[in-house]
Design a protein around this ligand. Structure first.
Ligand code: BES
Ligand code: ZN
Ligand code: ZN
Length: 497
């Protein structure tokens, strides 16, 4: 798909048009430039309440020989970049399903945002909204036609280069997020830890960042017993992936470290999960895939930052030599863990990743992303991830990146009292809490390995990594949550927490 940027007016041309409508019964201010027949058709739709303008609502209508898709953006006074992103996704999808392979659109003004940012959000929304995962369909479904050209009309020629820049950034970020979605949607027999490592290697070659894969022998040598303990139940070898990107002017700077949980399938192990919906546990590597996508995008955008990505990847299966409830393992940092429940495996593999980060780098700050707890899905649902951390200012920075990128996270308290729940009778810590505040006690466990000196944030993305239905730029399935948040964080990073 290509974006064309053209300065001109909406009245020329015959292509289908995508136009934004706001909620509240009146035409939005930006409709001033629409041709008269379109204005009156839109007014009529609103007056007769056939269209409300609610976010992501779409309506297809022929006006004076031209097809128009109206996409709702919600209340005009509450317009944000994310609503532009969402409506762009919903609108593009509607146009595609109506059988068009091209359309023309404008850029509506968003309070507090530049035209470049609106162009970027629009491009991201378009590309992400028309995404679908058809890898294993022998016959392409009807709606999988291809969108070929999107013409972005700008009223003011002087915006041309800003709009082009925005679209280019949006394309890089969306391409990386699509790569992430593909990996997450991929069934576990088609994406093992080895294949995840291969994906990392090929992206590293293409986008010029470094990638090292530590095999099981290397993991053993480093003392990654927690990761290896989880891997024991599987025939597939575990992989520890180390990515490093040094942007222009960043060498010698302390790195930002992003860590990802990469369980390519989580059966629960010996503490086996019920079979209902177990197939979804192929998405238990969404944190890892988000880190991969974010490093790729950061490199593609040539951001002037030093980033290290660390991914601990294995299957969690109940094979004959699987680890058992009650087993004790020693994580890389030296602390011992009593494995009460083999299904709380994410925190085990992350314990070693955090240990690796602390041993091998002087991190400026760390963020881990993990589909860590079902409790987080219960607490926060699908509209925000959970955030917990050790440094208030770093927490805020990450939270802000979430807001700006439209991948919102909400802070939960990580008071020291919660650590009591993960004290073990036989080891330093145990891998489950006391049945209460499951998301927080998981983070309290991780803090034992992250330490207190390096600012660290844990993002529980169990609820947001997967969408149950299409919504705006999200499609049913993998969302790639975290890619945009991390890229935003890197773009705003000035070396200080
Ligand atoms: N991968 C799961 C968490 C999860 C659940 C992710 C639902 C996405 C959707 C994780 O490994 C897990 O099983 N956690 C347990 C922890 C418990 C045993 C302490 C959980 O949340 O039940
Ligand atoms: Zn689990
Ligand atoms: Zn898991």
């Amino acid at each position: 798909m290509i974006f064309k940027v053209v300065s001109g007016s909406l009245s020329s041309g015959k292509e289908a048009l995508l136009l934004g409508l706001s909620e509240g019964g009146k035409l939005p201010a930006w409709a001033a430039g629409w041709p008269a027949p379109i204005r009156s058709a839109a007014k009529d739709l609103l007056k007769t309440k056939r269209v409300s303008g609610k976010l992501n609502e779409t309506f297809l209508l022929p006006v004076a020989g031209r097809w128009i898709v109206f996409a709702g953006v919600g209340k005009a006074a509450e317009l944000t970049l994310d609503k532009v992103r969402q409506a762009s996704g919903a609108g593009a999808r509607r146009i595609l399903s109506a059988g068009f392979d091209r359309f023309t659109r404008g850029l509506i003004p968003v309070p507090g945002a530049s035209v470049q940012q609106v162009a970027q959000a629009g491009a991201e929304g378009t590309l992400l909204g028309i995404y679908s995962f058809t890898r294993w369909k022998s016959v392409k479904p009807e709606d999988k036609k291809e969108l070929k050209i999107v013409t972005v009309l700008i009223g003011n020629g002087k915006d041309l280069s800003a709009v082009r820049k925005g679209i280019e950034a949006g394309r890089q970020i969306a391409d990386s997020a699509i790569w992430t979605r593909d990996m997450v949607n991929q069934p576990a027999n088609k994406l093992t830890p080895t294949m995840l490592a291969n994906e990392a290697k090929s992206a590293a070659r293409k986008f010029r960042f470094s990638c090292r894969i530590l095999d099981m022998k290397a993991q053993k040598k480093l003392g990654m017993e927690a990761l290896l303990g989880v891997a024991r139940g599987s025939r597939e070898p575990s992989k520890f992936i180390v990515l490093e990107y040094k942007g222009p002017g960043s060498s010698g700077k302390k790195p930002l470290i992003w860590l990802g949980k990469g369980i390519t399938f989580d059966s629960g192990g010996i503490s086996i999960k019920p079979s209902e919906k177990m197939e979804l546990m192929k998405y238990d590597m969404a944190g890892a895939a988000a880190v991969l996508g974010a490093v790729r995008a950061t490199a593609a955008l040539k951001l002037p930052v030093h980033v290290v990505g660390l991914i601990a990847s294995t299957e969690n299966l109940p094979g004959g030599s699987a680890q058992k409830p009650g087993d004790v393992v020693r994580a890389m940092g030296g602390k011992t863990i009593e494995v009460i429940n083999t299904d709380a495996e994410g925190r085990l593999v992350l314990a070693d990743a955090l240990g690796y980060a602390r041993k091998n780098y002087k991190p400026a700050a760390m963020v881990d992303l993990a589909t860590l707890t079902g409790a987080c899905v219960v607490a926060l649902g699908q509209h925000c991830g959970g955030l917990m951390g050790t440094n208030a200012s770093w927490n805020k920075q990450v939270e802000k990146a979430g807001q700006q990128s439209g991948e919102r996270v909400w802070e939960l308290p990580l008071w020291t009292e919660y650590t009591e729940a993960v004290r073990s009778d036989v080891a330093d810590v145990k891998n489950v809490g006391d049945g209460k505040a499951g998301t927080i006690t998981a983070a309290a466990f991780l803090r034992e390995f992250a330490g207190e000196e390096i600012p660290w944030v844990h993002l529980d993305i169990a609820g947001v990594a997967w969408a149950d239905a299409d919504r705006g730029h999200l499609r049913k399935g993998a969302t790639a949550f975290g890619v945009r948040l991390l890229v935003d964080l890197a773009a705003g990073w000035n070396g200080k927490v």
